[in-house]
Design a protein around this ligand. Structure first.
Ligand SMILES: *Cc1c(COP(=O)(O)O)cnc(C)c1O
Length: 415
């Protein structure tokens, strides 16, 4: 997987055929930039892995929920994995097919369930007995039959950051795989539920695919048991979670190879496969462009203060995540230095990089924080009353603003 949508040409960093500095000049900084070719290329890499196997690729909206990106993926044939009514609203607004929407999440409200059923979504990934009963009663009131899968917890360690590991017994997600048969039995008695699926999602930023295969094995065993007990299981949702490379040289699993492996593993069982990739579709497609405001030396440290902050990209603060940071202008022999790259927000946790080796930079220089297309803007906030940044989509030599920078008036709307 090497789409090379970002590259230097004559020392200038390009996204596809557009110099990022041109975008920064006109859209301002900080701003997120996404490559359309990279997003579609990654989605199509998933498709290629499935070949003729019946499947649904449900893009996890929470990774990046911009309407233009949803519209792009809907046009390419994607379904959607949502975790809130707001995400469903976005999918419908973007022209997504509700019949390809799966609703995940541990805390769906009655109002959200009602909205989803009325919209005709494909199915719920149900996470508790209480939720199952609520879905059934709302479906009964609406006079509908609703497809459900239970999200089971295979107790597999995805070997990723504890905050994004979800498939362990101690996590709040899913139901214990050993309790699943009893719950499926109970579900069959609810007249408004179509109990046709099993789902799991063991975590995010998974870099070794063995845990995914182990999880699939445990869930397949459950499927066989359920079918033998008369539960008409037709689809298997293996969740998302495939990792991406956040650091030059860090290997990440190949999308097509991984999907092929899962397809081969589950073949011959008359199961439609669903997956819910988020990060691996949009993460590497995006960068956060930021401008250096100041250089600052203290007795202990060297700082580069930039105009982007944890309000745009919280991943370093939240997960101690690494994002490569590169200059938009790669002047040859400027020399390097080591610094913390920090934003203007009044928190010590507001950093984009710690002790990072950087090329010499000056106030006014532009930098790209790499692999910021997933869980970047989506986790942005207005903390410190910072308007949220613009988002830009590049397509070949063209680019369009797909979200305008917020204004001060936007900040106080509704107060
Ligand atoms: C977050 C999430 C995903 C997507 O995870 P990625 O790591 O972005 O691929 C898929 N399914 C569920 C249920 C999720 O919560």
């Amino acid at each position: 997987m090497n789409l090379n949508s970002y590259h230097y040409s004559e020392n200038t960093l390009y996204c596809e055929q557009v110099a990022l500095a041109d975008i920064a000049r006109r859209a301002g900084t900080p701003c997120f930039v996404y490559s359309q070719a990279e997003i579609l290329g990654r989605f199509n890499a998933y498709k290629a892995g499935f070949g003729d196997t019946p499947h649904e690729i449900c893009y996890a909206v929470k990774a990046n929920s911009n309407l233009s990106i949803l519209r792009l993926l809907a046009g390419a044939g994607a379904g959607f994995d949502i975790v809130s009514g707001g995400e469903l609203f976005r999918v419908l607004k973007a022209g997504g097919d509700p019949g390809k929407v799966v609703f995940s999440g541990v805390g769906k409200t009655a109002q959200e369930i009602d909205y989803a059923i009325a919209s005709g979504i494909h199915s719920f990934n149900c996470e508790s007995p209480d939720e199952m009963r609520l879905i059934d009663s709302i479906a009964a009131r609406l006079g509908k039959k609703v497809r459900v899968a239970f999200r089971v917890n295979p107790d597999i360690d995805a070997r990723t950051h504890p905050y994004i590991s979800t498939g362990l017994k101690k996590n709040k997600f899913g139901i214990a795989i050993r309790q699943a048969p009893r719950l499926y039995g109970e579900a069959l008695e609810h007249k408004n539920l179509l109990v046709e699926g099993v789902s799991c999602h063991i975590g995010s930023q998974i870099l070794e695919t063995d845990p995914l295969v182990e999880a699939a094995d445990r869930v397949l065993e459950l499927v066989e048991g359920l079918r033998a007990a008369g539960v008409p299981i037709q689809y298997l949702d293996l969740g998302g979670g495939l990792g991406v490379s956040y650091q030059a040289g860090e290997p990440a699993p190949d999308i097509t190879d991984t999907v092929r492996r899962m397809v081969e593993h589950t073949a011959g069982r008359n199961l439609t496969l669903h997956i819910e990739p988020g990060r691996s579709i949009v993460g590497p497609a995006g960068v956060l462009v930021t401008r250096v405001l100041y250089r600052k030396h203290t007795e202990q440290k060297e700082f580069v203060v930039v105009d982007a902050a944890m309000t745009e990209l919280i991943r370093p603060a939240l997960y101690n995540a690494h994002h490569d940071i590169v200059p938009l202008r790669a002047a040859g022999n400027r020399g390097t230095f080591v610094a913390d790259v920090v934003g203007p927000v009044c928190e010590t946790g507001d950093f984009l990089a710690h002790d990072r080796k950087l090329p010499q930079v000056m106030p006014g220089d532009l930098l790209a924080v790499c692999t910021a297309g997933a869980y970047g803007f989506a986790q942005s906030s207005n903390y410190n009353s910072r308007p949220r940044p613009a988002e830009v989509l590049v397509d070949g030599a063209q680019w369009t603003t797909i979200r305008t920078r917020e204004t001060y008036d936007d900040l106080v709307r509704g107060e």
